[in-house]
Design a protein around this ligand. Structure first.
Ligand code: NDP
Length: 444
């Protein structure tokens, strides 16, 4: 049996019932085929076996008391996946769907994403099956404090630096940081995505969405095209989606649809982002409200129908497996030209195959959404240097990083004979640096 097939088979036997982890490992390892063939030493030194096994998996109880005085218990996770090129870095997700499989898929993706940024950060991920929806401010705070009361002993500014993800935004980072500082007794850059008044970076909030759009624009520019006058669908209406829409609109694109986990809005005249921000960021409400406030806009219950709306560019920015094979075929039928993945693993393997078959330009998550973690690393640099860069400085660095990632994955795909296949290109470009660092550090 070939090396990659054997590692994948062993991984599935060793980690049964971890569908998302299997899916991510399959995508990554298959993408590495050309590079593994050129480097027999990878097999000799068990590199793929080590790469797919987290350095450390931490699972813990998170007890807290709700507003009615009931004791509640959630499960917390931190998977410290790979520290070959730097301290573990990756977000925390609070969502009822969180389990070990989800955290491991995210953690493994994060290793390569972080490598692609060109910055010295390893890969990790964490979170909890806690559902922030419908919880009071006080409940959110008590949960975050309990979560950090365990997590604090595993993280540190030079060891492991978590950030936000689904369900963890500026508010949650604030409560987590406050509790860390109180227990550890130090005001250091142990979390990124912090508020500007206590060590955060300008442009971090915007970074993932802006970065996604910078890369999409660069890829189009390289083909003599651009986002101007293109029709877009952006799924989700959280942090990544909102700032992707903001940047795309500033470049002259028209975004006609977005969703939250209940349903989607369609506004043929172009989404009015200020109204979405008011509903989702300030009121923490449902996106269905948009159709009540904007004349001519429509709301449809359920998310799936969004992929039947014709568009030139689709930016899935909500969650994993939002686009399956049927959705991908529907997008292709309606003429989609570009997919830019803002969320992590939003397209199933069948969906990716359908886009590949149709020759759609496909920008995979680990490259396209790396702007968030890249700017987190810029936040870490500012924290250690006691510096505070302007919005323009950070934004310019972000733009350069996204353009470089695009060029590196394009060159890697070309070099290994799979030109234009950015799933392979991103995996190869990210993996080579990690592999070199792992080989240099011996069997650890
Ligand atoms: P948020 O929590 O801010 O927003 C998530 C959005 O997706 C919300 O609109 C939410 O709807 C929607 N959503 C969540 N689950 C589902 C579902 N099952 N079906 C339909 N819609 C859903 O998260 P982020 O914007 O931070 O993250 C979005 C994605 O981007 C995730 O995959 C994350 O891992 C990835 N990412 C985020 C980065 C960041 O910097 N924040 C960096 C890199 C990747 P509702 O409002 O109803 O909850």
């Amino acid at each position: 049996m070939k090396y990659i097939e054997r590692v994948l088979a062993e991984l599935k036997t060793k980690n049964p019932n971890e569908a998302e982890f299997h899916q991510a490992a399959t995508e990554i390892l298959n993408g590495l085929q050309p590079v593994v063939e050129c480097h027999p030493e990878y097999e000799k030194y068990g590199l793929l076996e080590r790469f797919t096994e987290p350095e450390r998996t931490i699972m813990f109880r998170v007890p807290w008391v709700d507003d009615q005085g009931n004791v509640r218990v959630n499960r917390g996770y931190r998977v410290q996946f790979n520290s070959a090129i730097g301290p573990y870095k990756g977000g925390l997700r609070f969502h009822p769907s969180v389990n070990l499989s989800v955290i491991k898929f995210l953690g493994m993706e994060q290793i390569l994403k972080n490598s692609l940024t060109g910055l010295p950060i390893g890969g990790g991920k964490g979170g909890s099956d806690f559902d922030p929806k419908g919880k009071s401010e006080q409940e959110i705070m008590r949960f975050c404090q309990s979560f950090m009361t365990e997590l604090y002993r595993h993280v540190g500014a030079d060891t492991d630096v978590p950030a936000g993800d689904i369900g963890v935004g500026g508010r949650e980072i604030g409560y987590l940081f406050g509790q860390y500082k109180r227990i550890a007794g130090e005001h250091v850059g142990v979390l990124t995505g912090r508020g500007l008044s206590y060590g955060g970076s300008l442009a971090r909030k915007e970074a993932t969405g802006y970065g996604l759009v910078y890369m999409t624009e660069e890829a189009l520019n390289c083909r003599g095209d651009g986002l101007k006058d293109k029709t877009l669908i952006v799924s989700g209406s959280g942090n990544v989606a909102i700032y992707a829409v903001e940047k795309a609109q500033s470049m002259g694109a028209k975004v006609v649809a977005m969703y939250d986990s209940n349903g989607y809005i369609y506004d043929k005249d172009g989404i009015k982002l200020e109204i979405v921000k008011q509903i989702k960021e300030i009121e923490r409400g449902r996106i269905s409200e948009y159709a009540k406030r904007v004349k001519g806009a429509e709301y449809t219950e359920g998310c799936k129908g969004i992929w039947n709306i014709p568009c030139d560019v689709a930016l899935p920015c909500a969650t994993q497996n939002e686009i399956d094979g049927a959705d991908a075929r529907s997008l292709v039928k309606n003429g989609v030209k570009v997919i830019g993945e803002g969320a992590n693993m939003p397209t199933t393997l069948e969906g990716i195959a359908a886009f590949r078959k149709a020759g759609v330009l496909f920008l995979p998550a680990k490259a396209a959404n790396a702007g968030g973690v890249a700017t987190s690393a810029l936040e870490m640099a500012q924290s250690s240097g006691r510096l505070f860069w302007t919005f323009e400085e950070v934004d310019q660095k972000l733009k350069n990083i996204m353009v470089n990632i695009y060029r590196n994955m394009d060159a890697a795909a070309e070099e290994y004979g799979v030109a234009g296949d950015y799933v392979a290109g991103a995996n190869i470009a990210g993996f080579k640096k990690v592999a070199e660092a792992m080989l240099a550090q011996g069997v650890v």
